[in-house]
Write a protein that binds this ligand. Structure first.
Ligand SMILES: NC(=O)c1ccc[n+]([C@@H]2O[C@H](COP(=O)([O-])OP(=O)(O)OC[C@H]3O[C@@H](n4cnc5c(N)ncnc54)[C@H](OP(=O)(O)O)[C@@H]3O)[C@@H](O)[C@H]2O)c1
Length: 310
């Protein structure tokens, strides 16, 4: 079984390798999935570069990948919500960069037929982040007006759409080149962070600000945009100096969040939510290296997906 792994921390070209792995046995609680597609996430790039090494120990060769979609080929006897032959969306702790993955039954749901393999694989982490942040981390305190920084990103664009489904007023920022995309997915107002002072434009307007950028200077503008006493949520670092009174929250995965609950919500909303896919690359090591290298820069909006030939 072909898989793509890192043999150490380092540059994409130096450490990504193709390996031949033995299939893992499936116990009563697990499911085997033949993967049709997997997504490359910014997190994979950070993991490969060694940015998490102080708090997450990897055993090399380590197969990256949390997000995938494919067909069930074996089901443990305790798992009742999927059967062999079902098309599924998978959230794994690691290991989706390959031909198959074995995951606990609670880490997958059936994929709607109308959802493409690339969208199913690409939506997993961005959607789990969106859903759990809005539904569980902030919840009812979110207010009526929400600012999304990084609204053209995978997480940011799903946040805009999920909040519009809930009837919120959504203010948004991204780079000018992505203005049309952000308006098309439903943002009520847009400001370009690379051409305008977004903090001044939306000053004191948002009950909740969500910094869905890759980190950096957005926090400063975000604090300006948050109403005093509002919520500020960051996917990366919170602003070091919190100049305004507010509820400052860091989002992170939690064992209290149910993947089946969140992914079922995604399948229920499948016809209302769009995910931009930037590139669909063939199932080769060269594609995985290229995908990682693209994500290290400032790529065009949209997910990078590796897809097996059908
Ligand atoms: N904490 C968690 O559990 C968790 C979960 C998921 C993701 N993340 C992290 O969250 C970040 C976003 O993930 P993603 O997959 O959505 O990445 P992405 O698709 O690359 O999106 C990042 C977005 O940030 C925007 N951006 C950059 N600088 C900005 C600024 N100063 N003001 C406004 N927007 C700005 C970019 O917009 P333009 O391209 O238009 O410039 C881009 O759309 C990544 O760092 C990821 O690792 C964390």
């Amino acid at each position: 079984m072909k898989r793509f792994a890192i043999k150490d921390y380092g540059t994409a070209k130096d450490v990504l390798i193709e390996i031949e792995a033995e299939p893992r046995p499936v116990d009563d609680t697990h499911v085997r999935v033949a993967l049709a597609a997997f997504a490359i996430n910014p997190y994979d790039v950070a993991l490969r570069q060694g940015a998490m090494r102080d708090f997450r120990t990897l055993k090399f060769p380590y197969v990256l990948g949390n997000d995938g979609a494919g067909v069930v080929t074996e089901v443990g006897s305790d798992v009742t919500h999927v059967k062999v032959g079902d098309e599924v969306i998978v959230h794994a702790v690691g290991g989706t960069y390959g031909e198959e993955v074995v995951v606990p039954g609670k880490k997958l749901v059936k994929k709607p037929k109308s959802m493409s393999w690339e969208v199913a694989a690409g939506a997993v982490t961005p959607w789990l982040t969106t859903y759990n942040l809005v539904t569980h981390l902030v919840g009812d305190k979110i207010g009526e007006t929400v600012m999304i920084q990084g609204a053209s990103g995978a997480v940011g664009s799903l946040l805009v759409q999920f909040l519009k489904v809930q009837g919120k007023t959504v203010l948004a920022s991204a780079s000018k080149r992505n203005e049309a995309l952000v308006r098309q997915i439903g943002a009520d107002q847009f400001a370009a962070y690379d051409e305008e002072d977004t903090g001044a434009i939306f000053a004191d307007q948002a009950d909740t600000v969500i910094d869905a950028t890759k980190g950096g200077r957005a926090g400063e503008a975000g604090m300006q945009i948050m109403k005093t006493g509002g919520n500020f949520v960051a996917l990366n670092d919170l602003p070091s100096e919190q100049k305004k009174t507010g509820n400052y929250l860091s989002f992170g995965p939690s064992k209290d969040y149910s993947d089946v609950e969140a992914l079922t919500a995604l399948t229920d909303l499948a016809d209302k939510i769009q995910l931009t896919v930037a590139e669909v690359l063939p199932f080769t090591l060269e594609s995985v290296v290229a995908g990682h290298e693209t994500l290290e820069g400032h790529p065009l909006a949209g997910k990078i997906i590796i897809k097996k030939a059908e």
